[in-house]
Design a protein around this ligand. Structure first.
Ligand code: S3P
Length: 168
C-alpha cells in the first residue's frame, strides 16, 4: 500500500487518480471514503460534529483500508492520533510538498470543499497555511519519500513517483 500525504491542495487526489488509471491500480481517498460512509460532505461533518469528531472517524477509517494500492490521505490525517505510525508500519508513503505560495494558488481554486479555509481572506489563508505547515511538517517529514511539487504538472509528479524504488 502506498500512502500519499501532504497539505490540502497539493494534488494528492489528482495524482492518486491518474496513477491508478495509468497503472490499472486501486486507489481511494480518505475524505471520499468518509463522505460515503457517513453520507455527508466533509464540510457538513465539520459543521455538525466538529474537528475532534472528524479526526476520530478519519483515524478509524484509515485503519480499515485493505486491498488498495494507493491511498490519498486528507491533509491533516498524518498529524493526529497515531496515524503516521500506522502509515509507516503498514506501507510506504510519499510526502507531496509545496511552498505556501503555490498552495495558496492551488487552494484558491478549490475552496468549497475545504472547511478549514473557505471563510478566510487571502492574508488569513496564507497565515493559516504557513502556521499549519509549520506544525505539521514534523509529521510529514517522517515519510519514506519527499517530492517537491512546485511548478510541476501532475504528469511530472507521476514521473517522479514512477522512478521511486517502490511497488504498489
Ligand atoms: C484537512 C484536509 C482535507 C480534509 C479536511 C481537513 C486538513 O483534505 O481532510 O478538510 O486538516 O488539512 P485535503 O487534504 O484532501 O484537502
Amino acid at each position: 500500500m502506498i500512502y500519499l500525504i501532504g497539505f490540502s491542495g497539493v494534488g494528492k487526489t489528482s495524482v492518486a487518480k491518474k496513477l491508478a488509471k495509468d497503472l490499472n491500480l486501486k486507489y481511494i481517498d480518505t475524505d471520499e471514503l468518509i463522505e460515503k460512509k457517513y453520507k455527508a460532505s466533509i464540510n457538513k461533518i465539520f459543521e455538525k460534529s466538529g474537528e475532534i469528531y472528524f479526526r476520530k472517524i478519519e483515524s478509524d477509517i484509515l485503519k480499515k483500508i485493505k486491498n488498495i494500492n494507493i491511498v490519498s490521505c486528507g491533509g491533516g490525517l498524518p498529524c493526529y492520533k497515531n496515524n503516521m505510525d500506522f502509515i509507516n508500519n503498514f506501507g510506504r508513503n510519499i510526502y507531496l510538498k509545496a511552498s505556501e505560495d503555490e498552495l495558496l494558488n492551488r487552494l484558491n481554486m478549490s475552496l468549497e470543499k475545504r472547511p478549514l479555509l473557505k471563510k478566510k481572506n487571502d492574508e488569513e489563508k496564507y497565515n493559516y497555511i504557513k502556521n499549519t505547515i509549520r506544525k505539521r511538517e514534523k509529521y510529514y517529514i517522517r515519510a519514506n519519500y519527499v517530492i517537491e511539487t512546485d511548478g510541476l504538472t501532475i504528469n511530472d509528479v507521476l514521473t517522479k513517483i514512477n522512478s521511486l524504488p517502490i511497488t504498489f
